[in-house]
Design a protein around this ligand. Structure first.
Ligand SMILES: Cc1cc2nc3c(=O)[nH]c(=O)nc-3n(C[C@H](O)[C@H](O)[C@H](O)COP(=O)(O)OP(=O)(O)OC[C@H]3O[C@@H](n4cnc5c(N)ncnc54)[C@H](O)[C@@H]3O)c2cc1C
Length: 377
């Protein structure tokens, strides 16, 4: 049977959108050789529009804030559908600085956040340590972003896989090589085994690989490249939680974050590297992450190193996602989420489903229109 919608790629973006689309009554098939196993399996899970705000990227702040606001209801709905705990924790995020230059940088950031109307509370070192006693006494000043929360991305992916299956989504564990078109309309895909699969509409949600699928002219191909990120999982051998809130720090100009998990893990990340599709874990990045994490939480040295991993952020030239209708008919683009794919999964799924069902799309998504990104660089 020809599905109404065929998703190319089942990471958190494809899965969340497939689930929503199936719930809207569409027949959905997801093509992915390893659903949920790429960047979405690596992500730290920060839902952090406030502490992620970057100079020159103010235009997408409203999208990121709206994305964060979708999370409580999305998590509750997915938890009800599956009985899973997604690890959504509204515990806020603490931002700390290590040396004098870091403190100056944080003070500039605070001024910028305030100018943008974001709520951030300055804390003295003592106050920050009262919240998180494991912080180093050498940590100077802190900022508390009470609205930047966290979730467990692996739990989300597992829940989405189960919710999709329950909602009737069909999974094809195959690699798509080409989007097929006729007279400017997407008609389906071709898979690596040479088979053609027809569909009413196609959604391109293949993360960092979105620009590698053939069949689209350069001007219609999303300008997405992989940006490598390496990250570590640590754990207190006694099972104690090292931190209760996410802590982000600047250590000698380098930024590092420590995200607690309920099972006692502490996720430390992340590098940002332009290395194509390479996902090698390197000694240098591991050492830098451990050094920076230990500067903020000295007890890190005593923790067990339980996992090292690298993933590829799907990244556009201006770092904003590409979500919307392609100029090719019956083709929807949902990719390029860079550092915020977990944060933006619920709002992306909502937008993709609105497009697929010809409903109104929230105008806040205008900043992410795919035509904005043009040809691959
Ligand atoms: C180290 C690191 C930390 C991060 N931390 C955070 C964070 O704290 N908060 C946050 O919001 N975001 C974070 N991110 C970003 C987030 O992980 C991504 O933005 C998000 O996972 C992108 O989801 P996706 O579904 O687009 O891509 P992916 O999860 O990469 O999924 C793409 C899918 O497409 C499939 N695919 C690829 N090619 C094909 C093909 N030819 N045919 C069929 N299927 C194909 C792949 O198998 C894969 O399953 C982080 C990323 C990294 C690397």
């Amino acid at each position: 049977m020809t599905p109404d919608v065929l998703f190319v790629g089942g990471g958190i973006i494809g899965l969340a959108s497939a689930w929503r689309a199936a719930n809207a009554g569409l027949q959905v098939t997801v093509f992915d050789p390893a659903p949920g196993a790429a960047a979405s399996n690596v992500a730290a899970g920060m839902l952090a529009p406030v502490t992620e705000v970057a100079y020159g990227e103010e235009d997408r702040l409203a999208l990121n804030v709206a994305g964060a606001r979708r999370w409580p209801a999305f998590a509750a709905e997915l938890e009800t559908a599956t009985g899973a705990d997604l690890g959504y924790r509204a515990t806020g995020t603490l931002l700390v600085g290590f040396d004098r230059d870091d403190v100056a940088a944080l003070s500039d950031l605070h001024a910028f956040q305030t100018e943008l109307g974001l709520e951030v509370e300055p804390l003295r070192s003592r106050e920050a340590r009262a919240r998180e006693p494991m912080l180093s006494p050498r940590v100077r000043v802190g900022l508390l972003a009470a609205e930047d929360h966290r979730v467990e991305p692996r739990a989300c992916v597992a829940a989405l896989l189960s919710a999709c299956a329950h909602a009737g989504v069909v999974f094809e564990h195959r690699k798509v090589t080409r989007i097929e078109q006729q007279r400017g309309q997407a008609t389906g895909v071709r898979t690596a085994d040479g088979e053609q699969h027809h569909a009413g509409q196609v959604v391109l949600s293949a993360g960092a690989w979105s620009a590698t699928i053939e069949g689209l002219a350069d001007e219609h191909r999303p300008a997405v490249r992989p940006v490598k990120g390496q990250l570590l999982h640590l754990r207190d051998p006694s099972g104690q939680q090292v931190l209760t809130t996410t802590v982000r720090g600047l250590v000698r100009h380098r930024s590092v974050y420590l995200v607690p998990r309920d099972d006692g893990r502490l996720v430390v990340g992340a590098s940002q590297e332009e290395r194509g599709f390479d996902t090698t874990v390197t000694a240098g990045a591991t050492r830098e992450l451990l050094d920076d994490a230990a500067a903020i939480v000295p007890g890190v040295d005593e923790l067990e190193l339980v996992e090292t991993i690298a993933g590829l952020r799907p990244t556009t030239p201006d770092n904003a996602p590409a979500i919307g209708r392609s100029a090719i008919g019956r083709l929807v683009i949902a990719t390029g989420h860079h550092r915020n794919g977990v944060l933006l999964a619920p709002i992306t799924a909502e937008a993709v489903t609105a497009i697929l069902t010809d409903a109104e799309v929230d105008p806040i998504l205008a900043v992410a229109h795919p035509d904005r990104t043009g040809a691959p660089t």
